[in-house]
Structures are given as C-alpha cells and as structure tokens.
Design a protein around this ligand. Structure first.
Ligand code: HEC
Ligand code: HEC
Length: 293
C-alpha cells in the first residue's frame, strides 16, 4: 500500500503532496510555534487538519484548487507580512510547491497527523522567567511590526523584537534595563503607563499574565535560555515620558539629577515630565535632560 502511495507521489511530480502528513510536518516545524493555542494570531491555528481547514477570523485560508488561497499568497510573499513571520529564511520553493500541490489536490487528509503545538511554559509568580518563556509573546503580538519582516515600512523606532539580542539592544534607545521594569519602556508600553500603549493595534492588550511575565523577566535581569542575566548596558540612552511621581522619579522609575543635568521648566510632582538619560555602570540612570512637557 505504502509503495502505491509513493508511486503516485512520483507520478504527481516532485513537491506534490498527496495528503496532509508532509504538509502538517512542515507546519509543525515552521508555523505552530505561533499558530496554536488561544492566542494564535487572527485565531488561525495550524496544528491540526481541522484547524487548518477552519481558517482564521477572516475565514478560510485554503480553498480547494485555488492557487490564490490566502495561505499560499502569504508563503509566496504576495500578501504581507510574508509567512513564516520570523523569516527570513522563508520556505524554499520546494516546500511552497508541496503546500501548493496539496491545495491543488483539494487538501486530501490521508492519514492526517496532528502537529502538536509545543506547550508554552508559564512560570508562576516567584518562579524564574527565562527568554523562551517571553519570546512567544513577542513573536505572536509584536514582530509583525517590530522586525525586518514588518508590515510597516520599517520597524518603528528602529526597534526589533525578534531575538534576545535585539530586545536587549533596543532601537533608537534602550527598552529593557535588566533588573528594572519601571525603567524599561517595553514594560511601560505593554502595561499602558507610557503611550501609545502596545501592541499598537490593540485592544486587545496583552493578557495580564503575559504582562506580568515580561515584568518578572526584566526584574530577574532579563536572563537568556540558560538563566544567565543580561549585562548592564552601560552608556545606553533612555527616554521616559510620563507623570512625575517624586522629585526625580517618573511613574515610579527613579533617576539621578546632578549638576550635569540640563533642567528646563522644572516639572512639578503630579505633572507631565520627560527625562533623557544614560545608564551608569551600577545600573542607575543619570539624567542628562529633564523637563516639563
Ligand atoms: C513568529 C510567529 C509566526 C509564525 C512562525 C508564522 N506566523 Fe502566520 N501569522 C503570524 C501573525 C502575527 C499573523 C497576523 C499578521 C497580521 O496581523 O497582519 C499571521 C498571519 C498569517 C496568515 C493570515 C491569516 C489571515 O486571516 O489573513 C496566514 C495564512 C498565516 N499567518 C500562515 C502561516 C503559515 C502557513 C506559517 C508557517 C509556514 C506561519 N504563518 C508562520 C505569526 C506567525
Ligand atoms: C501594529 C504595529 C505594532 C505592533 C503590533 C506593536 N508595535 Fe510597538 N510600536 C509601533 C509603533 C508605530 C511605535 C511608535 C509609536 C510612537 O511612539 O509614536 C511603537 C513603539 C514601541 C515602543 C517604544 C520604542 C521607543 O524607543 O520608545 C516599544 C517599547 C514597543 N513599541 C513595544 C512593543 C511591544 C512589546 C509589542 C508587542 C506586545 C509591540 N510594540 C507591538 C507599532 C507596533
């Protein structure tokens, strides 16, 4: 029997899939890390044949025999952002042909195998939070704008959130100060202390639990997969805009004002303020400019 299937596969030409098995394996490898679970983008889950056929909140993504099906257009980059979203690399031509062949054949199930989605680890409060625990949040909710595969012309503020290195490097300025969530623009934006709140296309905003995970990850030093905390980015630039909550504190984020700080229209507690500063070796932030807004 298996022999017949293989022979048919050869007749159909290279790259032509006869059933969901190969397509499902490809999706398992390149898609389900994002397209699974309750927070699957646009509600599109690709972890079982049923969910693939069900499509997204916009409707079906594959239509039998239709070479212009939304999913195929995403793989070829005819609809943006191109999939897989974390590319490049995107799928190679043979892999795209495999999915095209399966759609052309009417999406036969065959001995359809599920592509089980990896279970996301959600550390409880007090437990260590590592990069792999927060990466799926950025992949599902942020990198469609904050990466080189952005659906915008360029990643806003030069900020890419598609790797640990890029998250720690920041864009035009620092967005994560390891050990200090209040001073980290990434947490300020997702919790809504700083505006515009992220994700920019929300609401919905991130679930409470994801916001807490980002906070805990930063508070624990923004550790990598192995638990090694990030280094203090000495000399990196930070900008805070918000409400002055103490003499030298914006929304609970304290900084140092000294003789070298240029102060324009000294802000009042309770009023709007902007601070531009630099990270010192001990992780404190020294204000270079401080003003009313
Ligand atoms: C890194 C996360 C990620 C990966 C990996 C990924 N996607 Fe997506 N995908 C998204 C996001 C986020 C969106 C929504 C983009 C938007 O809002 O424009 C999306 C949108 C789509 C859409 C559009 C659905 C619609 O209703 O228009 C299709 C189809 C799709 N993805 C298919 C795939 C396929 C097939 C793969 C694997 C080859 C894949 N994606 C891999 C995150 C991902
Ligand atoms: C739909 C596109 C889009 C999505 C999705 C999105 N952002 Fe943004 N992001 C923007 C834009 C546009 C700006 C610039 C807004 C401004 O300040 O005017 C921005 C700015 C930011 C900034 C400020 C950077 C700085 O240097 O001040 C941070 C931090 C940020 N985003 C984090 C995130 C995070 C985290 C997510 C996911 C939870 C996310 N964004 C999702 C479009 C997006």
């Amino acid at each position: 029997m298996r022999r017949t299937v293989l022979a048919l596969g050869l007749l159909a030409g290279p790259g032509m899939a006869q059933d969901f098995a190969e397509v499902g394996a490809l999706f398992a490898d390149r898609c389900v890390m994002c397209h699974s679970g309750e927070d699957a983008p646009l509600g599109l889950r690709l972890d079982t044949l049923e969910s693939v056929l069900k499509g997204s909140e916009n409707g079906p993504v594959v239509v039998a025999g239709d070479g212009a099906s939304p999913l195929l257009r995403r793989l070829r980059g005819e609809a943006e952002p191109q999939m897989p979203l974390d590319g490049p690399p995107f799928l190679d031509p043979a892999e795209i042909a495999l999915v095209e062949g399966w759609v052309a054949a009417g999406m036969p199930a065959g001995e359809a195998v599920a592509a089980p989605a990896p279970e996301r680890r959600r550390p409880a409060p007090g437990e260590p939070v590592l990069w792999p625990d927060v990466q799926p949040i950025f992949f599902k909710a942020c990198i469609k704008c904050h990466s080189d595969n952005s659906k915008l012309e360029a990643p806003p503020e030069g900020l890419r959130l598609d790797s640990l290195e890029n998250v720690l490097r920041g864009g035009d300025r620092l967005v994560v100060l390891p050990g200090n969530p209040e001073m980290s623009e990434i947490w300020r934006r997702v919790v809504g202390v700083a505006e515009p709140r992220m994700p920019f296309d929300g609401p919905p905003w991130l679930p409470e639990e994801d916001i807490r995970l980002i906070r805990d990850w930063i508070a624990q030093g923004a550790p990598d997969a192995g638990g090694v905390a990030a280094q203090i980015p000495v000399g990196a630039r930070i900008r805070l805009r918000g409400t002055l909550t103490a003499e030298a504190e914006i929304d609970g984020a304290g900084f140092v004002i000294d003789g070298g700080t240029r102060v324009d229209d000294r802000p009042r507690i309770g009023g709007a303020a902007e601070m531009r500063g630099v990270v010192e070796a001990d992780g404190t932030v020294r204000a270079e400019r401080f003003r009313d807004r």
